[in-house]
Design a protein around this ligand. Sequence first.
Ligand code: GLN
Length: 487
Amino acid sequence: MHNATIKSLSAELAAGKLSSVELTKHFLKRIKALNAKYNCFLTLDEEASLKQARAADQLRAAGSGRPLTGIPIAQQDSFCARGWLTTCGSRMLSNFVSPYDAHVVERLNAAGAVNLGKTNMDEFAMGSSSETSYYGPVRNPWDVNAVPGGSSGGSAAAVAARLAAGAIGTDTGGSIRQPAALSGICGLKPTYGVVSRYGMVAFASSLDQGGPMARTAEDLAVMMNVMAGFDARDSTSLEREREDYTRELGKPIEGMKIGLPKEFLAEGAAPGVVKAIEAAVAEFRRLGCETVEVSLPNMKLSVPVYYVLAPAEASSNLARYDGVRYGYRAPEYSDLADLYKKTRAQGFGEEVKRRILIGTYVLSHGYYDAYYIQAQKVRRLIARDFAEAFKRCDVIMGPTSPTTAFRIGEKAGDPVRMYLSDIYTIPANLAGLPGMSIPCGFDAKGLPVGLQIIGNYFAEAKMLNLAHQYQSATDWHMKAPPGIDLD
Ligand code: GLN
């Protein structure tokens, strides 16, 4: 049952062939047996999960089941969930039990989904490998000596290892798409403002966006129907009519135009990645799509721009962790200034401190115009490049990540090399555009490759259908990591 998609589990629950209590117990049992191997879950609360499962079974019995009712979903530990430890992968929040639910969590609860547990991640979502977590690195189910990608690596590994049917994560510069690619699953970063950031631990607020991770595009669509929607508590939440993200699934895609940015393959993607992407594009041509070359001339500036803007926003967002109101507090200190210093020195890890330092620097008097303002201008240019490209195509396709999963420790000592892992994903965050990753093959080492689909604003339903059509014609998304028992 753990190999089934959300869609088929939902049908079994609806038909009364399976109860949510059975399903939840089954996943919890697997997690208990396998989590030591992958380190993808940080917190489980069996009683809380089973309580939700029992309530879901009652809803189904009363005839008020909805697609996610009774489905166990893993939650990245950056989403506040009432009564649950919410650490964001940091020592700073190692004792923080959230008194409230994030908007996304509220919506999942209202739909009757079961919170299966909180997943491991890079500290404060800063990273591309899930190695910066205070709670130790997550391991990739395809190769336990490799990283699962990050920052939502715990969620990605959980779905890949069949420890959860679906999961939620956040994407500031690629953290849903890149781990989805490296772990061989699907992930969607929606248009900025579509999913409320209320109760999502803030990293870089103008870039952060929550989204679904699952094994099929159809499942992502079902999750989006619950997760998306206006929320007055997030000032950047968009007030627009509700969408049914499944509405285009199955519509013909003949004649759709796929833009292939010439810069994408020029930017040093590994040969195994290029080969799989070319094969995927050929499959879309077979399915009737046309391809056109487009250009994103400023793409090469996206990593430097991101590493000015994201740390700037992070340095401001993370100022709240001072050891006074909540979270970690240094056990010994002399006065208030010393309390701040020691708490922050002990509570934050190296990568987080690096970002706070960079961010504080670029925002400081004298550097603000040279770095921060300049980066904002280039951000606009990158958004304009996309606007030009979308005059000529419906969606853009290319790799999600320049490489497949790398070894644990391989890039940990070289931040710039690590930052370059997000070269293909960061542009969509800077422009606020939706992007997704779906499995499209393997490299010579047998590690999964992800195809990235970037759409224009609010093109999620169209992108999900393209992915769905591809998944109806191929079976990359059905492949399981070696050694995963599928019965
Ligand atoms: N890897 C990028 C970073 O370290 C993106 C992280 C994210 O999307 N949360 O900032």
